[in-house]
Ligand binder design. Sequence first.
Ligand code: FAD
Length: 391
Amino acid sequence: MTDFDVIVVGGGPAGCIAAYESAKAGLKTIILEKDRDIGYPVRCAEAIGEDGLRKFMETDPQWVAATIKYAQLHSPEGTAIRLDLPIENGLILHRRLFDFALAQRAAEAGSEVQTKAYVDGLIISDDQVKGVNYQYFGEKRSLTAKIVIGADGVESRVGRMAGLRTALKLSDTGSGYQVSVANVDVEQDVIDFYFGSKLAPSGYLWIFPKGEGMANIGLGVVGKGVKDVLAKDLLDKFLADRFPKAAVLTAVAGGIPLAKTLKKISTNGLMLIGDAARMANPVSGGGIISGMVAGRIAGQVAAEAIRTGDLSEKGLKAFPARWHKEVGRDYAIAHRISNSIRDVTDDQFNKMARELKDLPPEKLHIRKVFATAAKHKPKILLDITRAFAHL
Ligand SMILES: Cc1cc2nc3c(=O)[nH]c(=O)nc-3n(C[C@H](O)[C@H](O)[C@H](O)COP(=O)(O)OP(=O)(O)OC[C@H]3O[C@@H](n4cnc5c(N)ncnc54)[C@H](O)[C@@H]3O)c2cc1C
């Protein structure tokens, strides 16, 4: 007998969907979340594609701050290229409300939720994860379970505690700094990306609208070459130059895994999902929807394993197999491409933008951008070809 069938550590999007699936399958489930509130603090630029979301639920206008139709790319010398989004709609969420709604959905399916519950150890015996130790409002507690799902984000300790190798290479670690600002005049249906070695070396700067007069403005840098560069300093300079009247309402900093999925994402009695397993898109750093996909698979696989009674790594083998088939394989390709994109020089960006800017709007789409990139930087094409050949 165990206290729960499934314990989910972490109440982000990945964890909430895993708990929802597990509870929906009739399993006794609990989410343990270390923070006081589900969904807060927000460490995210809050952008997702509506078509990705639709695989899980209908959009509730309450959590949508802006609906995006265009992406605008800015070269280092200032040429702007506006593209139709290659997806149905982009959404900028109010993640605080979104994550909260996901937890509510898990609870309605039957999952328990505890906040202020910080997991600081795993119960492991006979080489099998059998539960967690945690602090609840500072009080030490333990719970046993048939399966533990680690959804504890980029700084995950659960994976390491279970003996999985979770270390991120410096070259695969993005450092992000973002402010939510008021008093800025930005178009509400456009997301802007700025590139260039001075502005955002080996990364990009983004402006995502968040309702009239509001925006998330952030910057991510990556790799060995930027170890002495602070994302905050670069962003402060951009804000002072471009939005001197902006009022900063919140500021967040965080690591962004831009890696391939960990080699091993499950062990006896445990599965690791979302940022904890390095499942974000290595090109964009976006990990909300991919985390939800992993959460769904993990919740379903937990139900299958408990039904068959095989809780070993072998009994959970459908989890890595399905993850790699649905997303991981594509992200392995994306990882390779992201490494090439980081090497594009200012000069190459400028040349590409000048060439694209003269095209009529109907010819300007994301495939054309890639084709132009491949022309100016053949390594990108080579890497894409190699990546496909490899797989
Ligand atoms: C600056 C920045 C901008 C980003 N912008 C975007 C974007 O626009 N679009 C996008 O798709 N992605 C974006 N991301 C990435 C996105 O935020 C993550 O990929 C996503 O939140 C991952 O979901 P998750 O559920 O795996 O982890 P998280 O959302 O990080 O949730 C993990 C949860 O686990 C909890 N937790 C951690 N340790 C413990 C513990 N020991 N015990 C109990 N609970 C614990 C945490 O408090 C947290 O609530 C951004 C990231 C950053 C840093």
